[in-house]
Ligand binder design. Sequence first.
Ligand code: GDP
Length: 451
Amino acid sequence: MSTIAAISTPQALGGLAVIRISGQDAISIADKIFVGFTRVRPSDMAGHTCAYGKIVCGSQTLDDVVLTVFRAPKSYTGEDTVEISCHGGVYLAREILKLILDNGAAAASAGEFTKRAFINGKLSLTQAEAVMDIISAEGEASLKSARLAKEGQLYKRINDVCNSLVNVLGSLAAWCDYPDEDIPETDSESVASVLGTALSSLDKILTDYDKGRILRQGIDTAIIGKPNVGKSTLMNAILGYQRSIVTSTEGTTRDVIEESARVGDVVLKLSDTAGVRSSEDEVEQIGVDLARKKLTDAELVIAVFDGSRECDDNDREILKSLSDKRHIIIVNKSDLPQKLNLEYNNDDNILFVSAKSGFGLEKLTEKINKLFKLGGYSDGGEIYTNERQRSLVKKAREFISKALNSVGDGQTLDAVTIYIDEAANSLLELTGERATEAVVNDVFSRFCVGK
Ligand code: GDP
């Protein structure tokens, strides 16, 4: 396999940048460009040691750096690896990378280091995917879950199910293939019991998926309400800074403004929509149409009402539109004398705030956690699968369920074998043990270069 190199830190200004080289020529390439201040050469260095020196290109010194050597198989990729920590600077790091490429390394493609780790048996496919999740984790819970997956928990759980299926397959095959031998007949009850356990194990993974998706991707949230009830002010309060124009003239929020804000452990993807009401003004009408669409698509609707004004037909219409949506009612302007009398009686979903001062907003986290059943996150046992993993778990689950039905219907265990085999195959694809090259490539193409 060729020797590859890339800048592994973000291409932005920073204190340090790290350039990574991996492959059989990694150390000899380092020999050509690195001069240690103690005269040490990378090829003389033991694995997991570092040296201070300079990167040179002919007679020119590019930078003073720290160079670390990892020797195969004790490295991230499982290959000889060199990491060069240089001063942070986009130009400088690129110059050093260019020098490494000129000396024989190939530019690494997205996720190639991790892909090599997978190919060299350092990581399972699910662990490799977890590396990606760790990089993109935005909150504590998603990071914790990604770490569990990285430590192999998802792999272990899937592997346990898979092994139990393979065991059943083994005993079924032995019994079918060697009828004359004295092999105890596998009875359908014990098969059903193994399948039942496998099924509930996969079900738990599927239940956790929804929660994981929310923690990872955030919640699409629409803020709705009549003009002037304080939607923009509320959005700004949640965001913690001025974003949409706050004004006391009606109907000025003409666009749908989108921002992301962290509330507790979830990210709300907020859209502040133009007032939901018909409008004569053409431009504003576009905003209103967008708002309706946002409302339909949203997973969470935050409906804002003005507590200092009496309830009118518009308010009632908005209340009505919420019935089949996960929603939170915000009664705003609680600093003013209250006149609003909403016909709404679910205390769990209602919050009295002053968006202007921020009063009451701290309870938003609690409401959201309750609504999305996030509060229970604490046993640390949840593992959040990604879309690829989920669809394979689902597929395996369907086959196991078919196998169970066949056992129940009294079909021959031979027929049951086919379903169990399919289920095991899906799980092996999930862990990467039987994944096609296309699947593996697809997984790694989502990575960034340098990882
Ligand atoms: P929107 O049209 O729903 O986006 O409403 P805005 O956020 O533009 O607010 C309309 C007006 O209400 C502005 O003058 C805000 O300063 C005012 N406002 C918003 N929230 C509060 C609040 O909590 N208390 C008081 N007293 N005024 C508020």
